[in-house]
Design a protein around this ligand. Structure first.
Ligand code: SAH
Length: 353
């Protein structure tokens, strides 16, 4: 390995921060040897803080109806070929019950920006889940809302909120989204979520159209200063009915390299090996865990709607029942020397450094 690369990685390990230029150099100069060196350091940090454990969150895809028109996303509103669905609050609560029975102590309700899910509907739903299962953490991933809305949700007992920033570069953000979507509002949402006391997750796609290593370096600098509790990253994968249908997918290798860097920036980060990574590569989730990830989000949605929540083509795990998914993941996690932990898997607030 080149001396400069080793020096950068050692600095990251000891100081947990680099300049944007240094992140860019770390990305541009990567090779197998640097990736292995980073991954070993990342896994050792994860294991020191959490043990060789992978937390599971049951993902419930509550609706694919969306008012937004993101250029990359298969459920964008202008996709007429998308068969739309919305789960009822009763169906969502039943999925959470099933998750609880399977041992999950976290559910993530994710969906498009569907106006049906008003504050009132969500508050009642969260109360229903929390009354039935007080020891279950509830995470929402329902896009941009007002501060007042987030406040009501937090008051209702929502523990965590996932809202990927998508890209920390304003021009790049503008290229991925229609003009009516606003970078500043996305960032305002993330700040509000953090201030309101949610465990907050941001994140980005790797290899999204027009993305450069400089953009990724800016994502890393943003995450360094924002200090999220969670960070979701996965490869961009094309969807056939979007403007980016013919764009190349992101790379598993670069995604894993970034996972290792993120682990070293914030050692206590809750970092999923995403479904997109598992879709891109048959062992994608194992590779992610070996790079320092410590979260998996198996699908708890009713099997009949899983194919319709199609953000990108060829999504995996759309056919099996949730219990089967969990068994499959257990084997995969053990194959890389870790164990599944079905607890709430909260962020460690005072991570020993
Ligand atoms: N409406 C919610 C949930 C969006 S879906 C929200 O705005 O947060 C969750 C994530 O999937 C998105 O934030 C995006 O980063 C990712 N995603 C969407 N389309 C994708 C694609 N084609 N390839 C890979 N990831 C994609």
């Amino acid at each position: 390995m080149k001396n400069e690369m080793r020096a950068l990685i050692d600095k990251l390990i000891s100081e947990h921060r680099l300049s944007t230029e240094e992140y860019e150099a770390l990305l541009l100069g990567r090779d197998e040897e640097t990736a292995a060196y980073l991954a070993a350091a990342a896994v050792s940090e994860r294991d020191r803080l959490y043990g060789p454990k992978v937390f599971v969150r049951g993902l419930i895809e509550i609706s694919n109806i969306c008012k937004n028109d993101c250029n990359y996303c298969g459920i964008r509103r202008s996709n007429r070929s998308c068969e739309r669905y919305r789960l009822t609050p009763e169906e969502i609560a039943a999925c959470a019950d099933e998750g609880y029975t399977l041992g999950f102590r976290t559910v993530v309700l994710q969906g498009g920006e569907d106006a049906f899910f008003t504050d009132e509907v969500l508050v009642n739903l969260v109360h229903a889940i929390k009354t039935e299962h007080p020891d279950m953490a509830v995470t929402l991933s329902l896009g941009e809302r007002t501060r007042e809305s987030y406040r009501k949700l937090r008051e209702a007992g929502v523990d965590r909120y996932l809202l990927r920033h998508e890209t920390a570069n304003r021009e790049h953000y503008r290229s991925l989204h229609p003009a009516e979507m606003d970078y500043d509002n996305r960032m305002r949402c993330l700040r509000d979520l953090k201030e309101l006391g949610f465990q907050t997750g941001c994140g980005f796609m790797v290899g999204s159209p027009n993305q450069t290593m400089r953009h990724l370096a800016e994502d890393l600098s943003f995450i360094e200063s924002f200090r999220p509790e969670m960070c979701g990253i996965g490869p961009f994968l094309p969807h056939h009915a979007t403007p980016y249908a013919d764009m190349p997918a992101g790379s598993a290798e670069l995604t894993c390299y970034l996972l290792s860097i993120l682990r070293l920036i914030h050692p206590a980060l809750l970092l999923p090996a995403t479904t997109a990574l598992g879709t891109l590569h048959p062992q994608g989730r194992e590779l992610g865990i070996r790079a320092g990830a410590n979260v998996l989000m198996p699908n708890l949605s009713p099997v009949r709607v899983r194919k319709q929540y199609e953000l990108y083509d060829n999504k995996i795990c759309t056919g099996e029942e949730s219990a089967q998914c969990l068994r499959c993941l257990e084997v995969r996690v053990q194959s890389v020397g870790c164990e599944i932990d079905r607890g709430r898997g909260d962020f460690l607030p005072e991570a020993p450094t």
